[in-house]
Design a protein around this ligand. Structure first.
Ligand SMILES: Nc1ncnc2c1ncn2[C@@H]1O[C@H](COP(=O)(O)OP(=O)(O)O)[C@@H](O)[C@H]1O
Ligand SMILES: [Mg+2]
Length: 151
């Protein structure tokens, strides 16, 4: 996982807040797909599909692994559209429990046909060629999982 790009990314093109309910994953996916549909930068279809998949995994993780999935939880998705790359961020409410864990890719999960968990970040790592990561306060104002996909 890499350092958060911070101010280097500039302002997001678009952002949206969601409830922490499971159905919000679909809403988030649709939000990203709709935002990519105009395609002013002429991104290839595969890149846009990958961005939607990554957003779906980040949103799922926010709900499954953080307080965003608790009653009244929320998360925010941010999309950065740039001529040569797409950036995605999800801000969540932070890990649950007394011994909080941070996002971590599960090694070899993509090569294991029986793995039912641990594929999300590994897949994001592959699509982003390693340009993904996690940051938390005080380094970053929000618990943030991000990835950058090259055009
Ligand atoms: N936003 C997050 N906050 C805290 N922990 C996370 C977050 N996202 C992922 N994780 C941790 O990283 C692990 C790997 O995530 P992932 O590859 O998506 O697999 P899965 O969601 O199937 O467990 C999760 O099991 C969880 O422990
Ligand atoms: Mg996951």
């Amino acid at each position: 996982m890499q350092l958060h790009p911070g101010m280097l990314w500039g302002a997001p093109t678009i952002r949206c807040g969601f409830s922490g309910k499971r159905k919000a994953v679909r809403s988030c996916r649709d939000f990203i797909a709709d935002a990519l549909a105009a395609n002013a930068y002429g991104y290839p279809d595969e890149l846009r599909d990958n961005a939607v998949l990554c957003a779906s995994e980040l949103a799922t993780n926010a709900i499954r692994h953080t307080r965003s999935g608790d009653f009244d939880g929320v998360f925010t998705a941010l999309l950065y559209l740039r001529p040569t790359w797409i950036g995605l961020e999800v801000h969540d409410l932070g890990p649950r429990g007394e011994r909080p864990s941070a996002p971590h890719a599960v090694p070899d999960s993509l090569g294991d046909p029986f793995a039912t968990r641990g594929r999300g970040l590994a897949m994001i790592g592959r699509f982003s060629r390693g340009r993904y990561g996690y940051a938390s306060p005080p380094e970053c104002p929000f618990h943030t999982t991000w990835c950058e996909l090259a055009a």
